[in-house]
Design a protein around this ligand. Structure first.
Ligand code: ATR
Length: 289
């Protein structure tokens, strides 16, 4: 007897990067799918090091019926270039970390890194950003992605401080016109912080932690009760967090919450249901010791 329905394939998603073996995305999205009862698969794709590898892998995944992709290093710029429609966050970041392949054939691009960061700070770590003074260390891709969402959340002043002062100045000049009224943006070198300035939130968006280094933030830059946040994750107490602790900062966080929250945003964008992140964050947390 024929069945009254034909079985359908689960919707297919992936993360693409190079290298990709270290990625936590398949674990995170697998746990989200299980918790929300979504019928979907999620695989890791290595886009390779050769020119054109990303575009070929993207085309093959779409041809096989893929519905969406997370994108990680080094393909975030290419992902934006491959999109027909990009969100403001993705355009201003100059990079996309999530793609969706819509039924009308269009490729939609988003960048959820900044939104994930803001949600982690405000919801998980309990620091409302409205009216806050923020020191953002670095002037690369991570800073670009964080800036607009921090401003949109109501930060009163954001100071970009970078090892190479000119890069932070240029980034501040470029992005200042896009910030909401009420948020002041300054850019410069770490040695030229506004005198007497103390910050409620000090974010390390440099890649210094990866090399076991830290930008030299003066102890006076941390306001009483400040949160020190390192965007890297899974490395325990990084040199930046150690510096903050030595300066008397009690509230320390790494980027595990940002990682899981940006994944939850992508999941919600694809599936229309936002997973609770608590259990996944706990599972991936490495103690800050
Ligand atoms: P990403 O896209 O990950 O942000 P990037 O664009 O290469 O990477 O930017 C890396 C950032 O980390 C830069 O702001 C860099 O400072 P410079 O512009 O002066 O190079 C910063 N950075 C890297 N290593 C650092 C270190 N050891 N100390 C301070 N800043 C560092």
């Amino acid at each position: 007897m024929d069945l009254p329905f034909s079985p359908t394939m689960p919707d297919s998603y992936a993360v693409i990067g190079h290298p990709i073996a270290h990625s936590k995305s398949p674990l995170i999205h697998g746990l989200f799918a299980q918790a929300t009862g979504q019928d979907m698969t999620y695989q890791a794709i290595d886009g390779g090091a050769e020119a054109g590898g990303f575009d070929r892998a993207l085309a093959a995944f779409r041809a096989a019926g893929g519905r969406g992709m997370n994108v990680t290093l080094p393909f975030k710029l290419q992902a934006l270039a491959a999109a027909d429609v990009a969100s403001e966050d993705a355009r201003l970041a100059g990079a996309a970390n999530a793609l969706r392949f819509d039924a009308d054939g269009r490729v939609q691009a988003q960048n959820f890194d900044g939104i994930g960061l803001v949600r982690d700070i405000q919801v998980n770590l309990g620091l409302p950003l409205a009216g806050r003074q923020v020191l953002l260390l670095g002037a690369g891709g991570a800073t670009r992605g964080a800036l607009l969402p921090l401003a949109r959340a109501g930060a009163a002043r954001i100071v970009l401080a970078n090892r190479t002062a000119a890069k932070a100045q240029a980034l501040a000049d470029e992005l200042a016109p896009h910030l909401p009224a009420g948020c002041t943006l300054l850019g410069g070198g770490l040695a030229e912080l506004p005198s007497g300035a103390a910050f409620d939130l000090v974010l390390n968006a440099t890649s210094a932690s990866l090399g076991g280094d830290t930008p030299a933030v003066p102890a006076a830059a941390f306001a009483p009760g400040a949160l020190a946040y390192d965007m890297v994750y899974g490395k325990g107490l990084t040199p930046f967090l150690r510096l903050a602790r030595a300066a008397g900062v009690a509230r320390l966080a790494d980027g595990v919450g940002m990682l899981v929250e940006q994944a939850a945003e992508a999941f919600a964008w694809w599936r229309g249901v936002r997973p609770d992140t608590t259990a996944v964050r706990q599972r991936l947390t490495v103690p800050l010791v």
